[in-house]
Design a binder for this molecule. Structure first.
Ligand code: ADP
Ligand code: MG
Length: 243
């Protein structure tokens, strides 16, 4: 079963169209890079996936559950890292996670176990008592990823999560997420405006002016465009797709 199915999704802010008939699927254990320039509609898609906005047209299913008719079980399978950090800087790493586990309704014992497991998985165990304010950007992002995984979702959504990170932290975060996909069969939907964050084995979704202008395995798309994904991306995202 697909982890995520998006079909014929359209959305407008008043008369301003942000998404137009977007359809794609994501299989278990896959890393999908949702690539598009600023204003392409990436954050709008994340907002619909997380039900920040109600669906207008089209359908979204997470693990087979419809966001329209089975929102609760669908959302239960989602972990989210938003573009803007929402950590409490004055709390410790562990306190941030514990607080969130409580919001998810985990018992004290369960939450202790889950927090320990995620801290270990994100290589943060030794930083657990530090205040988030003292961590660098890359480590803060890892705390957010640990937090998003506490309730063991199948699908992790990250909206421009590498913004503001130095190149080494960006690379480390990218590699880390791909190993989560491989080893834990979590699916990741990663939005970015940076082509250099895409690897050949990724699923690549290119969004431009609200439309999906290309989708498929990055290596295959690259071949299709004469091996030069960079110029294909520029071409696909500079022509006026809006009619
Ligand atoms: P991205 O995340 O790819 O930069 P967004 O989803 O934020 O793109 O924006 C898609 C389009 O929708 C843009 O044209 C943007 O100006 C518009 N938009 C985004 N949020 C709002 C909003 N709250 N009200 C009106 N228009 C919006
Ligand atoms: Mg955005």
């Amino acid at each position: 079963m697909n982890t995520l199915e998006v079909s014929d999704l359209s959305f407008a802010y008043g008369t301003r169209e942000a998404l137009r008939k977007v359809s794609f699927n994501l299989e278990p254990g896959r890393f999908a890079a949702l690539l598009g320039p600023n204003g392409a509609g990436k954050s709008t898609l994340i907002a619909l996936l997380t039900r920040l906005y109600d669906l207008q047209q089209g359908e979204i299913r997470v693990g087979g559950c419809s966001l329209r008719s089975a929102a609760r079980p669908a959302l239960r399978q989602l972990g989210v890292v938003f573009q803007q950090s929402t950590l409490d800087l004055d709390l410790s790493v562990e306190q941030n996670l514990r607080y969130h586990a409580a919001l998810h309704g985990l018992s004290r014992r369960q939450s202790g176990l889950r927090v320990d497991a995620e801290l270990a998985r994100q290589a943060l165990t030794e930083r657990r008592r530090e205040r988030v304010r003292e961590l660098n950007g890359g480590h803060r992002r890892r705390v957010e990823i640990a937090r998003a995984l506490l309730h063991e979702p199948r699908l992790l959504l990250l909206d421009e999560a590498s913004i503001g990170l130095d190149p080494a932290s960006r690379l480390a975060l990218n590699q880390h997420l791909r190993s989560l996909c491989r080893e834990e069969r979590i699916s990741v939907l990663w939005t970015t405006h940076l082509l250099d964050e895409v690897q050949p084995s990724d699923d690549l979704l290119i969004l431009h002016q609200g439309r999906l202008v290309a989708s498929g395995q990055a290596a295959a798309l690259s071949l299709e465009h004469g091996g030069d994904l960079g110029s294909a991306f520029t071409r696909l995202t500079t022509t006026g797709a809006r009619q």
